[in-house]
Design a protein around this ligand. Structure first.
Ligand code: B12
Ligand code: SF4
Length: 475
């Protein structure tokens, strides 16, 4: 059990024919999961195929799976679930006998569903310790029953869910991620800087309890931080490997301003010259405008801001613990320091009225440099999944297709499509492309280019509607 294939599933379908599947449109950076797991798997020979970023054939997947002793697959979201499932099926058929181990947000929420679809093991939640114990057990032929955080099957239909594993107390005790598994040429973050892009983390989780959010649930509503010294050590390593654009994966970046100011100061002192983007809550920004100024000097160029909606009633309903007034202030501060604001917004929330949906679309231009709007999707494991259930005839949201599952949201789809069509063609956006700030230019150039590439490279197979594929698979 020495050679491992780490797989971000190959894209058999490119994206759902829904505008809120942004796969491949907004720039690209790898999941940190496999660098982190490889760091934990000392002595193993690991290779990584990133099907979201590279162009691989199924024949290549067959070859690499046959050469490996086990295949580790990431299942990240409902949007990608069908591609993960194709990979599982392909490996079962073409490299039979290879243990298939899954992990990630989606696999954690749907462990038994993945076992039912052919995976042999699902590593739930945090992976670093469980995977080491699991591979050692597989090499000996078991037993698996004492491995915490593991779901597994014996035979076709005997599924087991072992008790959960405690979260690692001190993130500094994690082995250093091994970024050498990524092919730097495959990734691009539009942060107006030359050089390679990758993903890093300074913390895990978030203490807030927004009812729609699966990320906070994944880490039991806690946030653990790496020390500033550890973060700087990682950044030095990333820099040495030739990366100079970072996407921080943290769900709640900057949550503890004093700790982060030490990181920013270190980055400035060591003249790291990195550019980075990170997920920020509005109240993180308003709590410490000084930290934001320092963050900009350290390299913050992309603020991925959790705005959601300008409607206070809805912000309260989903327990965002923020108000529209905080959003406006955060936007002002970020504009003041010069960061590009990619604002996460959501329409179609549970009992949202048409007037409230209109307000969100209308406010998006003023609050952002680019709005990343989703149609509300009740995710398994969230408080809203239970609340939305009655509205989802037959849907467990394993696959992504909000509108199919939630007919009452159908009317939003047209409005959504029209919004983006007009938005992308509007002279205002073209002005940003031609005369905007360096990040505005880079962001819009990347988006228009990816959209054009996606249209030009469309083949009937790639353009196939994933929902039709589900039907074929389960006819
Ligand atoms: C980088 C990233 C991306 C990148 C790369 C994705 C990839 N998988 O290669 C890109 C830009 C492509 C992307 C796209 C999308 N993403 Co994304 N992404 C992230 C982000 C910011 C960081 C991931 C990361 O590196 N985390 C750090 C690592 C260390 O944590 P981890 O991934 O959880 O991994 C640990 C465990 O889960 C486990 N593990 C993970 N995988 C595996 C595999 C095995 C075999 C094992 C044993 C263990 C294991 O071990 C790891 C170490 O403990 C996360 C947010 C986050 N904080 O995680 C969102 C996140 C995962 N993405 C999310 C979403 C919704 C999307 C999109 C659907 C967005 C969209 N609307 O288009 C698409 C879907 C793409 C697709 N077709 O699958 C959601 C998923 C929520 C959910 N439950 O569905 C998240 C949580 C963001 C959020 N807060 O909503 N994404
Ligand atoms: S603040 Fe963000 S990460 Fe935290 S619970 Fe809310 S949506 Fe999730």
């Amino acid at each position: 059990m020495k050679k491992l294939l780490m797989l971000q599933p190959i894209r058999v379908y490119k994206r759902w024919p829904m505008p809120d599947d942004f796969t491949g449109l907004l720039g690209n950076s790898p999941t940190l999961a496999f660098a982190q797991l490889k760091g934990a798997l000392q002595g193993y020979d690991c290779e990584f195929m990133d099907g979201l970023a590279g162009d691989y054939t199924l024949a290549e997947l067959t070859r690499r799976a046959r050469a490996a002793d086990a295949v580790l697959i990431n299942a990240h979201s409902s949007i990608g679930a069908l591609n993960s499932e194709f990979s599982v099926r392909h490996i079962l058929e073409n490299a039979p006998g290879k243990p298939i181990i899954m992990g990630g947000h989606h696999a954690t929420a749907y462990d038994f569903e993945w076992l039912g679809r052919g995976a042999h093991f699902v590593v739930r939640n945090e992976g670093e310790e469980t995977i080491v114990e699991l591979l050692a057990a597989i090499a000996k032929g078991g037993p698996y029953k004492d491995i915490k955080g593991l779901s597994w099957r014996d035979g076709e239909h005997n599924f087991h869910r072992n008790p959960g594993r405690d979260l690692i107390k001190d993130l500094d005790s994690l082995p250093m991620p091994d970024w050498t598994i990524y092919d730097p040429k495959l990734y691009y973050l539009p942060l107006a800087s030359q050089g390679y892009s990758t993903t890093a983390e300074t913390s895990r989780g978030c203490i807030h309890r927004c009812r729609f959010c699966a990320a906070s649930e994944m880490w039991s509503h806690t946030q653990r931080f790496k020390s500033p010294e550890r973060v700087l050590e990682e950044l030095r390593m990333v820099k040495r490997l030739g990366f100079n654009k970072i996407w921080f994966s943290d769900d709640n970046f900057g949550a503890d301003p004093e700790r982060y100011m030490k990181i920013y100061e270190g980055m400035i002192r060591e003249d790291m010259n990195l550019r980075f983007a990170s997920f920020l809550r509005c109240d993180t920004v308003t709590r410490s405008p000084e930290a934001m100024k320092l963050a900009y000097r350290a390299g913050l160029r992309g603020a991925l801001l959790g705005i959601e909606t300008p409607v206070n009633r809805i912000l309260k309903d989903f327990a965002k613990a923020n108000t529209h007034e905080t959003t406006v202030k955060a936007v002002e501060i970020l504009r003041g320091v010069g960061a590009f604001i990619a604002g996460f917004m959501m329409v179609g929330y549970l009992d949202e009225t048409q007037e409230e949906t209109d307000l969100t679309f209308r406010a998006s231009d003023e609050l952002t440099d680019y709005p990343i709007i989703s149609i509300f999707e009740p995710r398994m494991g969230t408080a809203d999944f239970a609340r939305a259930k009655l509205d989802m005839p037959g849907g467990d949201m394993f696959y992504h297709n909000t509108v199919k599952f939630i007919p009452s949201k159908l009317h939003i789809l047209d409005q959504y499509r029209n919004f983006y069509r007009n938005y992308m063609m509007h002279p205002k956006q073209l002005r940003k492309l031609l005369f905007g700030t360096p990040v505005q230019k880079d962001w819009y150039r990347t988006m228009y280019w990816n959209m054009a590439r996606s249209v030009l490279s469309a083949t009937p197979a790639k353009a196939a509607h994933p929902w039709d594929m589900v039907r074929v698979v389960y006819k």
